[in-house]
Ligand binder design. Structure first.
Ligand code: AMP
Length: 547
């Protein structure tokens, strides 16, 4: 196990890392810190957000800065103001025991005079957004002629945000003899050009696969009809009471509309889009960081630079056209060792996009079903009960207990629970009373063809005749209160768009058998993979032998 002590960092920096409880370098840190410290060559590092890349370039830079020399020795360029602040805060924390070392952030949208004063009073390391950095260089307030290190962080984001000309102009002002460090999740064509033009035989390192999604992200999709998207989104939020996530939409209108609907329906949500002023944007982002907002509804551009590490979910309300945009979206969850879910509401016509993304991330998406009203109520109810169990009991309440106990003495223990749960829970039960099944089937072309063929065939009779039916086994029986009605209901629920004939049903104590029109055998088997009964997973398979 490599430790920070072995990487050649000075005592003051090790002390900060110790205080931050960073015990061991992350893989990108393990590779890049010794390289930056010991080599003069340039570096291209492929690293996802959340891999610890700020420290990967930040620590060796802080190690090598001479704080007795009053000039800018390192320039770090980042695509957004938020990321710029995040990096400069991290660097300030890492260097807090190096009393004379100054890190100065410079970014647009705020008073430039203050930043000029800060630069004048000494800036060993400058972290900035390309537009503001170029502006300060032109005003001769930021001198980059003598820098020894240049970092292009999230270089692909800077290019996709249209900073190509600024980058060209800034790079042209920097000295030939410097070390350039380029950190990026992907390597678009334009970045290759920058690397070729400005970097000298760069070394390449990558953690994980290039273009691969973060490893602890589960990629899932739910087939939905367009008209049901919003309803399905609400169900997903309802079945995940502790969700903290971003819902990505295509347009700012969509973000506004969905956030408005969610707020009207009582959810803690808000929209983040390009029409907001910087001040409005700050308010929304701060509320999100403080977790006063559970769900941020955002466009890809607006969410750039928003650095939140503990998202449980990323929801793709629509899939982006470019698979790399998906890589960025999903990389916002599953960070810093936590697990996360990237869930896509998939319309049938976007199936080919999904396939392309699977190729890019080299992972298969897992199909999920739209949660049923019953499942949601059960989950919410137990989440509430869990909170009750874990609630901190305030001793102040003691003084009221005798009076409360006497007032409620006519209620039995069970009735008391019923009353209390109803008070909290009636709204949810009401919302999902008679909730329809919103599952849309993700049909492949092959399946559609098979279905059309079936539809052209004359329908078979509904009685079992052995050859036209397949026999299924199910791992639940009488003791689980399985009934013919439940089985018919289950098949209809999971095959909503098909008229599937059901044959003989046989319910034994511990398991059951039922027959399904043979031409639907595979479809039913697939559709029932995610079926649940009274909160537990069903095991359904083709029965091996009639006996
Ligand atoms: P970054 O990719 O730089 O945004 O870092 C992601 C998160 O991981 C941040 O919250 C860092 O504070 C944290 N982090 C970075 N390096 C380490 C480390 N070696 N040990 C523990 N946490 C780390």
């Amino acid at each position: 196990m490599t430790r920070f002590e072995a990487l050649g960092l000075r005592e003051e920096i090790l002390q900060s890392l110790n205080e931050l409880k960073f015990e061991q370098p992350t893989p990108i840190q393990e590779q890049s810190i010794p390289f930056i410290l010991n080599s003069e060559n340039d570096l291209i590092a492929f690293a996802q957000t959340g891999t610890g890349k700020t420290a990967a370039f930040g620590l060796p830079i802080l190690e090598q800065v001479d704080d007795q020399l009053n000039e800018t020795q390192a320039l770090i360029l980042s695509p957004t103001r938020e990321l710029c602040l995040q990096i400069s805060n991290d660097l300030a924390t890492f260097s807090k025991h190096l009393k004379h070392l100054n890190v100065v952030p410079v970014y647009g949208g705020v008073d430039i005079e203050k930043q000029m004063r800060q630069l004048k009073s000494g800036a060993h390391v400058v972290v900035g957004t390309p537009g503001r950095v170029l502006d300060l260089i032109k005003r001769k307030r930021l001198k980059v002629e003598n820098i020894a290190k240049l970092v292009l962080d999230e270089a692909d984001e800077m290019l996709s945000m249209g900073f190509k000309d600024e980058l060209d102009a800034i790079l042209a002002k920097t000295p030939q003899e410097k070390q350039t460090l380029l950190f990026s999740a992907t390597m678009p064509q334009e970045m290759m050009r920058i690397a070729e033009k400005y970097m000298h035989s760069p070394e390449q390192i990558s953690v994980g696969r290039r273009n691969a999604g973060a490893d602890n992200v589960q990629h899932q999709f739910i087939p939905v009809h367009s008209k049901d998207r919003y309803e399905v989104l609400k169900r997903i939020v309802d079945i995940n009471p502790n969700m903290y996530g971003i819902v990505f939409c295509r347009t700012r209108n969509d973000t506004r509309e969905i956030a408005d609907l969610l707020m009207k329906d009582g959810y803690d949500a808000d929209a983040l889009h390009g029409d907001l002023s910087q001040a409005q944007r700050d308010v929304v982002m701060n509320r999100f960081r403080m977790k006063n907002i559970q769900m941020l509804i955002a466009t890809d551009v607006a969410a750039r630079g928003l650095d939140v590490n503990d998202l449980t979910h990323v929801i793709n309300y629509n899939l982006p056209d470019d698979p790399e945009v998906y890589v960025h979206r999903s990389g916002r969850t599953g960070r810093a060792g936590r697990s996360g879910v990237s869930l896509t509401l998939l319309h049938g016509r976007d199936k080919s996009k999904l396939k392309q993304i699977e190729k890019t991330i080299k992972k298969k998406f897992e199909q999920k079903a739209v949660p049923s009203g019953r499942d949601i109520c059960e989950k919410q109810l137990f989440s509430l009960i869990d909170k009750v169990e874990k609630a901190d009991v305030n001793p102040e309440i003691e003084q009221f207990i005798p009076a409360i106990a006497s007032k409620l003495s006519w209620l039995s223990h069970e009735d008391l629970i019923r009353h209390f749960v109803s008070l909290e829970f009636n709204q949810m039960l009401e919302r999902y009373k008679n909730a329809p099944d919103l599952n849309a089937r993700a049909e492949s072309k092959g399946k559609r063809d098979r279905k059309e063929k079936r539809d052209r065939k004359p329908k078979k009779g509904s009685d079992s005749n052995g050859s036209s039916f397949s026999r299924f086994f199910m791992n639940l029986g009488k003791k689980d209160r399985v009934s013919p009605k439940m089985i018919i209901g289950m098949v209809n629920k999971h095959m909503p768009n098909d008229d599937v004939k059901i044959g003989q049903i046989e319910i034994l104590n511990n398991f059951s058998f039922f027959e399904i029109e043979r031409s639907y055998e595979k479809d039913v088997l697939e559709a029932l993979q995610h079926a649940r009964h009274k909160g537990s997973d069903l095991g359904v398979e083709i029965a091996k032998d009639k006996s």
